[in-house]
Design a protein. Sequence first.
Lengths: 174, 344, 102
Amino acid sequence: MPDMIFLALSAVVVASAVFALEAKELIYGTIGLGVSLVGVAGLFMLLGAEYLAMFQVAVYVGAVVVLILFTIMLVRRESGRIVDEEEPASFGSVGIYVAALVALAVAGAVILLAPVSPVAPEFYQVQLQDLGRSLAASYGVALVILGLVIGAAVVGGLTLVKIDREEKPSGTTE
Amino acid sequence: MTQLQVLPGLQEMVDSLVKIVTSRTFLEIVIFPGLLNVLLSVAFLTWLERKIIARVQLRIGPLYAGIWGVLQPIADFVKLLFKEMISPELADVKLLMLCALGLMMLAAAPIVTIPFGEAFVIANMDIGLIFVFAVMSLFPSVLLLIGWGSNSKYSFLGGLRSLFQQVAYEIPMWLSVLGIVMLTGTLNLAEIVRAQQKVWFVIPQVLGFAVFFTAALAELERTPFDLPEAETELVMGWMTELSGAAFMVGFMAMYTKFYVMSALITTLFLGGWLGPAIIPEPIWVVLKTFLVAVVIVTIRGTFPRVRVDILLRTGWMRLLLLALVNIVVTVILIWLGLGWVWRV
Amino acid sequence: MEPLSSYIILSSAMLGIGIYGLVSKRNAIRLLFSIELIVNAANINFVAFARYSNPPILSGWNIVFYSIAAAAMEATVGLALILVAFRLNGTIDIRKLNRLRG
């Protein structure tokens, strides 16, 4: 039974990832990316990382996909929807060979060289309190730095997209 | 027991199917507190809202469909089912219907974590609270897709306004329940209800309750925050181009979200199924949920609509500050040694 | 439970799809899709190894925690850059955005 769930989830992840890249409409591609990310969250749950799965859904699908949708709607040409034009054939096929080669090399190297037993130990339910304690204590500095990086990214993003208008006289609402 | 000897595997499949259908979890999901409960409560809520708003506005409301108009939601359902589905020329009808159904599924999903009794919860998740919030964070993208897929400027603007509003009020909502999580040390909704046995959380977390209530009103797009469906400006906001069956699904999704949010408020702040044992526990949950719903509907009838910049400023700045003050108050409570009251 | 190698094969497949997207797509937003797919492949790898070790490693979860947050921030800034590039050039086709070359 877990095998079927794993196969189904991997099929969803891979199929919607390919759809995300190959769909003619960018918006359909974004929906495909969202489905793929939810599939990855399902895989996290299968691996016993429930909190991470919810975190992934809330951050990736809840925020990043919304951002991407938003940006797509802002970079549309006036005449219609953005359509990914046909790629020149030669470039596309080189991409597939390169990608397949890299994937095979990585998978082969890891499987042959990793000193980890391939069978799972019995189900170990990681306590949420342990995760919280480790975040606060051992990784506390990293958490603070992450917060600062998030602040810097938000400020930077807002500054980049700010449109400089002429100075208006002050005295608007409050 | 049917004897299907055509394929040996078929007998096992039929047996396991029968076992699943008669299992307790499946019955819970389909009848109570799952599908049937949600559908009936949504129908009841639409009737309740129309009656209360009517009385607030010195009218009577639905009267002719059944006693006191109780069958009015059924009449609406039948009517909408048989209406023709009109859509703009370049609109993507498949996308609209898919997103409306997805909205309904997302709105109804958190009901599986809401406890309706001491051991009566469909999915007792240790991360129940985060699950509810993660599902709620998926709403804005679906609304944006519906608004964009309608290929009409008014519904797109309505979808954008809904997106802004719901994203802005997500953060105060997450922060306002942080006080509860600090006091109980768990994200499990059943444990949170059990921890309120001495004092309900509405008392020590008054600020958190106020912030969560306001943010919930904004997430539900109800007055005073219903700018996305300002009827005199944008027709129906993102739902403008939905018609017939798609409109029915979208409309039901809105009221399902309303019901689930009220149930969440009672679970987190009003003690869920706790109460004197004269009334059985699930009835307590239903009673408290409808009490919260009545309050929200009365607020709709009596408050004016706020302007969009006040709306966004309230969400991003004022509610955020209040939620942070609530966290400080909770920390002071724990430091004063009162944390034991809410430990299970 | 399936062996660890299934998860490794899955994450390498996602890596392959991401690399294919990076190499052969010319819409800047599709490049962003590919980057997100690669980061998710790495996250699956981390969690799989953290789970299949004996005893399970908690740092795998922590690293994925930071990875998800950092990738979200990188997507934010990346999309802001795409917006600015669109405003200045009217296109997000990366083959036309090559004024810094030469």
